[in-house]
Design a protein around this ligand. Structure first.
Ligand code: FAD
Length: 400
């Protein structure tokens, strides 16, 4: 599918991180046709990481907007505008008021929504995806002395750290036998567990929540083993579901995400692309969905270049970070694919497969992390003794 770069009409559904980045990139790369972004939120496109960090602690903190308002000039950015449907035969999307917007290329950047807990919502239960959620939780925290966080993943632990640093008593309830089991290697998860313990967060592993009920002053979280936790507020952070409803209703193949090829085009319709948290691209072992800032950026960049027929940039090593209690953990590559782990100092682990570096996890070690990402990208085989020696620059720890 060729897009006319002078008169083409590109419509983006979702004015979030990947949708906004895609539109800005498309313009920067010279696209002169029309770009329309349809977003249901009221804010200009913003990045979400601050929602679980500074925005929960600092009542003056503002969202991290993707760009100054003036950079949206020349882009038809429509906020407060949910898209209701897609007609692929007619190449239109419909809005809530029935209005139609025509496209030559459609980009689905609909992100995800918090996975709903198995118990009814109540005033004391919070989830976190938007600035509205963050402000609501921040205001509730200001009037609270204790919180229970359900879910020991990245978002749950960031929220726990933010609430604890405000002085709340915090219990984290995780169903699995360890924290961060989905995307953080065990060594790095144990560094963060130690940080939480040192800062007074109570972590409870292997704990299944049975129910949450409103109590006279707050909430009561009952566990399947009969224990219960009384608290002022409850935060549920048990992952997200990709927002695939529009795509599914339009007959686009979806699994855990909109199924796309490695150019982020729908596997069934080259006029439709999906990017960011909502996209599932083909990995070696099946569709892969990434829920990271890096993937929002990367997929937006690839999609813009693909639509313009430009060569793709060199493949980058996926990575993410999390900030907790003033410390930064960075993880790159695919640690789970490793057959060997090398410790490099107290809080850097290198993950090797057949001697080549395939992953890295570093706590407060940005230089080691940057070097590791480069070595992962080049598939470099490491000299193990040098790589484990903090006195030797990792970039020089290459096998002879
Ligand atoms: P989003 O940014 O969620 O944008 C999707 C947009 O689509 C939303 O505005 C939504 O309202 C809109 N939309 C959906 N359906 C429709 C519709 N029908 N019509 C119109 N609009 C629609 N990643 C990291 O690497 N490090 C971090 O520290 C980190 N911290 C995070 C903290 C929090 C609290 C959260 C929620 C995420 C964090 N992430 C982090 C992940 C990162 O922010 C996401 O991966 C990224 O936002 C995904 O971008 P996206 O564009 O796919 O989705």
């Amino acid at each position: 599918m060729e897009l006319d770069t002078s008169t083409g009409r590109v419509v983006v559904v979702g004015a979030g991180h990947s949708g906004g980045t895609f539109a800005l990139t498309l313009r920067k790369l010279g696209f002169a046709g029309t770009i329309t972004i349809l977003g249901e939120e009221a804010e200009h496109p913003y990045e979400r990481p601050a929602l679980s960090k500074s925005m929960l602690v600092d009542h003056q903190a503002q969202p991290t907007f993707l760009a100054d308002a003036s950079r949206w000039d020349g882009i038809d950015l429509r906020l407060h505008t949910p898209v209701a449907g897609i007609d692929r035969a007619a190449c239109t999307v419909s809005l809530a008021d029935g209005a139609l917007v025509s496209y030559d290329a459609l980009v689905l950047a609909t992100g995800g929504q918090p996975r709903p807990p198995g118990f009814p919502a109540s005033a004391t239960i919070h989830t976190l995806r938007t600035t509205t959620d963050a402000r609501r939780l921040r205001d509730a925290a200001a009037a609270s002395r204790s919180a229970v966080v359900i879910g020991g993943g990245v978002i749950g632990l960031e929220v726990a750290a933010s609430l604890r640093s405000r002085g709340l008593r915090v219990d984290v309830l995780e169903a699995a036998p360890r924290l961060l089991g989905r995307n953080v290697p065990p060594q790095a998860a144990s560094w963060l567990a130690s940080l939480h313990a040192a800062n007074g967060v109570e972590i409870h592993l292997g704990q299944q929540v049975a129910a949450v009920s409103d109590a006279p002053a707050g909430a009561c979280v009952r566990m399947q083993d009969g224990r219960s936790f009384a608290c002022d507020l409850v935060v549920v952070g048990i992952g997200i579901l990709p927002r695939t409803g529009l795509a599914k209703a339009a007959g686009l193949p979806c699994g855990d995400g909109v199924l796309v090829d490695d150019s982020y085009r729908s596997v069934a319709d080259p006029a439709v692309l999906a990017i960011g948290d909502a996209a599932a691209w083909p990995g070696p072992d099946g569709p892969v969905r990434e829920e990271t800032w890096d993937h929002a950026q990367r997929s937006a960049g690839v999609a813009a270049r693909v639509l313009l027929g430009l060569p793709r940039a060199v493949a980058e090593v996926p990575w993410f970070w999390t900030d907790q209690f003033g410390h930064t953990l960075q993880v790159a590559g695919t640690p789970a694919a490793a057959d060997e782990v090398l410790d490099r100092g107290p809080a850097s682990c290198l993950y090797l497969s057949n001697g080549a570096l395939v992953g890295a996890a570093c706590l407060d070690a940005p230089r080691v992390f940057a070097a590791a990402r480069r070595l992962i990208a080049s598939g470099t085989r490491l000299d193990r003794a040098s790589a484990a020696n903090t006195g030797i620059d990792l970039r020089k720890a290459i096998a002879a």
